[in-house]
Design a protein around this ligand. Structure first.
Ligand code: BEZ
Ligand code: FE
Length: 279
């Protein structure tokens, strides 16, 4: 194949994938090429702009390590993460909605008894979190694994705090006989996503802010139910309608109620989706 021009190159590249044995890979590569070329044509991409894009992706790779995942951040800020969550988490009405996982989950967080303080010294205003985990028909889900993680009052997760040994404001608990859970932690506050890298530069160049509304992260696992990955967002937060990663859902917003002693209380019930769909 020679003398390809801007009208013939797209089909030539697609044809080159014709022998891909995995049909799904073939479909993905074909569509990727089609859309990538359409994008370049759409904006009439210049060579300088193409190179700027390559430099951006190179910087994204260089800043990524086992603690900093700039590619996921890029996907999050372009709405691709939330689009993928939305397309893959269709649930029956009444189930708790899913939202993005985010980059700050850590496997092997400490296990706590119900009622324990998972803050473990993290800075913040004391807060109690409680509720129930139920199935779609209202049945309690005892023994469900609840993984929770959150940022501290400074807006950082423990894994972002240099030199910190051990988990803070994250932990694993199990629901009691009635599917109930409760634990102590700190007040969730809004915080900016890491913006000192190429994704931050992109946000600044496009006059976007890096803030996420205050939230708690939850992952809930129980036999017979699909794993739920979600957040609970704090009602009243000024970033609820402009989350930097597009992850807010109305049904995930809860009231953090101030108590007479200045601490906070949030009550939120989760509804899990049965694996077989008709439990
Ligand atoms: C988070 O909520 O932890 C998060 C989600 C997406 C990007 C950065 C942080
Ligand atoms: Fe978060």
């Amino acid at each position: 194949m020679r003398n390809l021009n801007q009208d013939t190159i797209t089909q030539a590249v697609i044809d080159r994938f014709a022998d891909t044995p995995d049909p799904r890979l073939k479909e993905i590569m074909t569509s990727l090429v089609r859309h990538l070329h359409a994008f370049a044509r759409d904006v009439k991409l210049t060579e300088a702009e193409w190179f700027q894009g390559i430099e951006f992706l190179t910087r994204t790779g260089h800043i990524t390590d086992d603690k900093r995942q700039e590619f996921i951040l890029l996907s999050d800020t372009l709405g691709l993460s939330m689009l993928t969550v939305a397309m893959n988490n269709d649930k029956p009405a009444g189930c708790t909605e899913a939202t993005v996982f985010g980059p700050f989950y850590v496997e092997g967080a400490p296990e706590y008894e119900l009622g324990a303080d998972v803050a473990n010294g993290a800075a913040g205003i004391p807060c109690e979190v409680r509720g129930h985990v139920r199935g779609l028909n209202g049945e309690p889900v005892p023994g469900a694994e609840i993984h929770v993680w959150q940022a501290d009052a400074e807006g950082t997760y423990d894994v972002q705090r240099a030199g910190l040994q051990g988990a803070q404001a994250r932990g694993t608990l199990r629901t009691g006989p009635d599917g109930e859970y409760h634990f102590k932690s700190i007040l969730a506050e809004s915080y900016p996503i890491p913006h000192d890298g190429p994704v931050g530069d992109m946000l600044e160049a496009t006059r976007r802010h890096p803030w996420r509304p205050a939230h708690l992260h939850f992952m809930i696992k129980a036999p017979g139910y699909k794993t739920l990955i979600t957040h609970v967002f704090r009602n009243g937060d000024k970033y609820l309608d402009s989350d930097a990663v597009f992850a807010v859902r109305e049904s995930l917003i809860a009231d953090w109620v101030r108590q007479p002693d200045g601490s906070y209380l949030v009550d939120y019930d989760f509804v899990l989706n049965p694996v077989d769909g008709h439990r």
